[in-house]
Design a protein around this ligand. Structure first.
Ligand code: ATP
Length: 269
């Protein structure tokens, strides 16, 4: 999304094949592909398909990636914004933007709306103190109104991502709103290996078997961490003017990302 909270629209080329692991989440989300591809089939028999899907999971586990993959698989336009972009903007602006985004998505239906970091806008109302509080509340109210405004059969799926479902305003989770939850988890060893494979494509890894070692030695790493690790290893190789990414490069990169992870976890509120 834009820096000042302008929602963006795009066509996605990402598919489920780009999302490693997360089999359960992929299965659940893929149920929406048929509906988005051929909403008529559902509409003509009066079938109501859920509009609001909450993607829940730790940072970097592929929530955004999965939402994009759904758009790519269904071949529908992807409208996206982030809750954090609505903080510190003028009162009324956020609500207006939400309204416009939903309007555009309805016009473009079948389509997908993705709201990243829902928790930054969707925290329980009435707990903030001054500041952007009124603005945040208005924006949240607008999101609720838009969700309620869907006729049961409109072909717009609204996905929202959060790593803090516990702080969400309960109003967001009521039936007809984000009443379907899909959980993404930190990857286990085989999933880490699969994620490394995806992101190592095109990289000159000296011995691909080293990726087994990395997968084994990175419990707690997210998909985003593993992607960073490979990039860090490539940078390390470039710095020493190497042609191939060696086991040492990978090991060094692993340590760096691990320290970075520890540090960023420590400062997280
Ligand atoms: P955040 O909560 O921090 O927004 P997120 O859950 O939305 O994180 P993404 O932004 O989708 O995570 O992940 C960041 C990047 O990490 C992705 O663009 C992708 O390259 C990589 N990645 C994460 N998970 C996976 C996965 N399961 N398979 C392949 N790549 C992944």
């Amino acid at each position: 999304g834009g820096r000042f909270g302008k929602p963006s629209i795009s066509k996605q080329t990402v598919t489920f094949a780009d999302v490693a692991g997360q089999d359960q989440a992929k299965r659940e989300v893929s149920e929406l592909v048929d509906f988005l591809r051929e909403p008529d089939r559902f509409q003509r028999v009066g079938a109501e398909v859920p509009h609001g899907v909450l993607l829940v999971g730790p940072p970097g586990t592929g929530k955004t990636l999965l939402a994009k993959a759904l758009a790519g698989e269904a071949n529908v336009p992807f409208f996206s914004t982030s809750g954090s972009e609505f903080i510190e903007i003028f009162v009324g602006v956020g609500a207006g933007r939400v309204r416009k985004m939903f309007e555009a998505a309805r016009k473009a239906a079948p389509s997908i709306i993705f709201i990243d970091e829902l928790d930054s806008i969707g925290r329980t109302r009435g707990t903030g103190l001054g500041g952007g509080h009124d603005e945040r509340e208005q924006t949240l109210n607008q999101i609720l109104a838009e969700l309620d405004g869907f006729g049961g059969r409109e072909a717009v799926v609204v996905l929202a991502a959060t790593n803090r479902p516990d702080v969400l305003d309960p109003a967001l989770l009521r039936p007809g709103r984000f009443d379907r939850h899909v959980t993404l988890n930190l990857p286990d060893k085989p999933a880490r290996r699969a994620i490394l494979d995806i992101h190592a494509k095109g990289l000159p890894i000296e011995d691909p078997a080293d990726l087994d070692m990395i997968a084994a030695g990175t419990p707690g790493f997210s998909g985003a961490d593993l992607k960073n690790l490979l990039n860090e290893a490539a940078i390390t190789a470039a710095r020493r003017d190497g042609r191939l990414i060696t086991r040492d490069d990978l090991g060094e990169a692993r340590d760096k990302v691990m320290m970075g992870t520890v540090r960023s976890l420590a400062i997280r509120p």
